[in-house]
Design a protein around this ligand. Structure first.
Ligand SMILES: Cc1cc2nc3c(=O)[nH]c(=O)nc-3n(C[C@H](O)[C@H](O)[C@H](O)COP(=O)(O)O)c2cc1C
Ligand SMILES: [Mn+2]
Length: 460
């Protein structure tokens, strides 16, 4: 484990691997950053060094691929989920330090958020610019326990923001609890975090579980925090930027149309007013933005966390479960593939129902054997083609309560689909219908030996 707890390690890795494109020409934060990020695609992280009127550069799509996300955590795509399962069972509590790079520059209210931070405006019909990579730290007013999650923040001008928080998320519950005490909820929004903190903020863990303990476990060391200046919270010492603010349950702000991960606009109604008390940042801060909507980084961060927490929940009751994958086409939210080792009769269907119960977003879940790579869409389709009988292995459950993000919901209900594409006991036996057609095993081993020995180096 390295000692780096900033975003800059991941930025350096992207640069060294050739994945970072530096844009030096002047760009407008209104729509141009969005258009460039979308145009560049998943493989390219972008660093805009000359955003018009801005004090700092902007990085987008830093963690746009599984390879880069895994590498930033010292893993590969093949090892990442096992690592996440291991850290979810543990946790390393953060530690407090006295001084921090994130407080090198301090702006106290009155201030204008848009004059300090180069916040992009993403889509034509949204109301304004959104902070999208802001990790919101808050404390449960009843238990004192910390909660950490992302919710987009709309700039309203001056020190005013609007937070759009799903009512089912923990942060909404904390806000309701603070309102019951007649007080606003103090929040701190950390922007430009180590990928461990970003991914931890997306974990579907129980209320009261501190996501920063998970970040520490991912880092292999306590996350260093520093006391905020104007709110009673501690913030990541090596983040790029922190916004200190209060969130108000009694200040509804109509949001208008807003993008969601399916790639469409939705209208959720009113969000909650936020009043900024201070902004602190590094002297040479880099503003991180995650392009929202059906875009790779947004889908991947959530999908990676949802897959790991679902896998953990399933394995507790069905040990045959090996891995869970959320697909890119399913936006990292709606479609899952579960791999299982020799599931017993009916166990695949049970795993599907458990997964859908665990994460209500899931509406299409496929179970495959563990000889299939669940992250490979062609392999998964092969399993469906080769091993599924629809009348036996496919089921539809109509009218299930749906998440508000579900694109096809009908008055917040939707039909869910489960597919069990696993082989039957005895399939593959010699002489049987599903024996794989292969050259003799001894010949395959011998030929593989000399072919691999003679293989040219990849770059030769
Ligand atoms: C880029 C990005 C943007 C997100 N925006 C929002 C948002 O605007 N509102 C929201 O409720 N959740 C949003 N989420 C999802 C939550 O952060 C996530 O579900 C989190 O686990 C909720 O945690 P909590 O229940 O501890 O509050 C976003 C996630 C990502 C990766
Ligand atoms: Mn939480």
């Amino acid at each position: 484990m390295t000692d780096d707890q900033s975003m800059r390690g991941a930025l350096g890795q992207a640069r060294r691997s050739g994945a970072l494109r530096v844009i030096e020409r002047p760009v407008d934060r209104r729509f141009e950053i969005a258009a460039a990020t979308s145009h560049a695609g998943a493989a390219t992280a972008l660093l805009f060094t000359s955003v018009i009127g801005a004090q700092m550069p902007v990085v987008t799509n830093l963690l746009g691929t599984r390879e880069r996300l895994a590498a930033a955590l010292g893993q590969t795509p093949a090892t990442l989920q096992a690592r996440l399962l291991a850290v979810l069972d543990g946790g390393i509590a953060p530690e407090l330090v006295a001084a921090a790079p994130v407080q090198q520059v301090v702006h106290l209210a009155p201030l204008d958020v848009g004059a300090i931070l180069p916040v992009p405006t993403w889509f034509e019909h949204e109301r304004g610019p959104y902070i999208t990579a802001g990790v919101i730290i808050a404390r449960d007013p009843d238990t004192g326990r910390r909660n950490v999650s992302i919710a987009r923040l709309l700039l309203l001008g001056g020190d005013r923001l609007m937070a759009g928080i799903a009512p089912t998320h923990h942060l909404s519950e904390l806000l309701r609890r603070s309102a019951a005490h007649g007080r606003p909820l103090e929040i701190a929004v950390a922007i430009g975090n180590h990928p461990a903190t970003l991914l931890a903020s997306q974990m579907y863990v129980e209320l009261g579980r501190d996501e920063l303990d998970i970040a520490g476990a991912l880092l292999g060391a306590p996350l260093r925090l520093v006391p905020a200046r104007t709110v009673d919270l501690a913030v990541p010492a090596e983040a790029e930027i922190v916004i200190e603010a209060t969130l108000h349950a009694d200040q509804p702000v109509e949001e208008g149309r807003v993008s969601e991960f399916p790639g469409f606009y939705v209208t959720y109604g009113a969000g909650h007013g936020v009043t900024v008390r201070a902004i602190t940042h590094r002297r040479d801060a880099i503003y991180q933005a995650i392009m929202p909507g059906y875009e790779p980084e947004h889908c991947l961060l959530g999908g990676t966390a949802i897959a790991a927490t679902t896998c953990r929940a399933l394995r507790r009751v069905i040990p045959a479960v090996r891995a869970v994958h959320l697909t890119d086409g399913g936006m990292g939210r709606l479609h899952a593939v579960i791999s299982m080792h020799q599931p017993r009769r009916g166990e695949g269907k049970r795993a599907i129902m458990l997964a859908m119960g665990h994460v209500n977003l899931l509406k299409w879940v496929t179970v495959v054997d563990d000889d299939i790579d669940p992250t490979n869409p062609q392999h998964v389709e092969w399993a469906v083609a080769a091993r599924m009988r629809a009348d036996r292995d496919l089921f539809v459950v109509p009218g299930v309560r749906a998440d508000r993000c579900e694109p096809q919901h009908d008055e917040l209900t939707v039909a869910k689909v489960g597919i069990v594409a696993t082989s039957q006991p005895g399939d593959g036996a010699a002489g049987g219908r599903f024996e794989r057609a292969l050259p003799p095993a001894a010949v395959r081993a011998r030929v593989a030996d000399w072919m691999d020995a003679a293989a040219p180096a990849p770059d030769a």
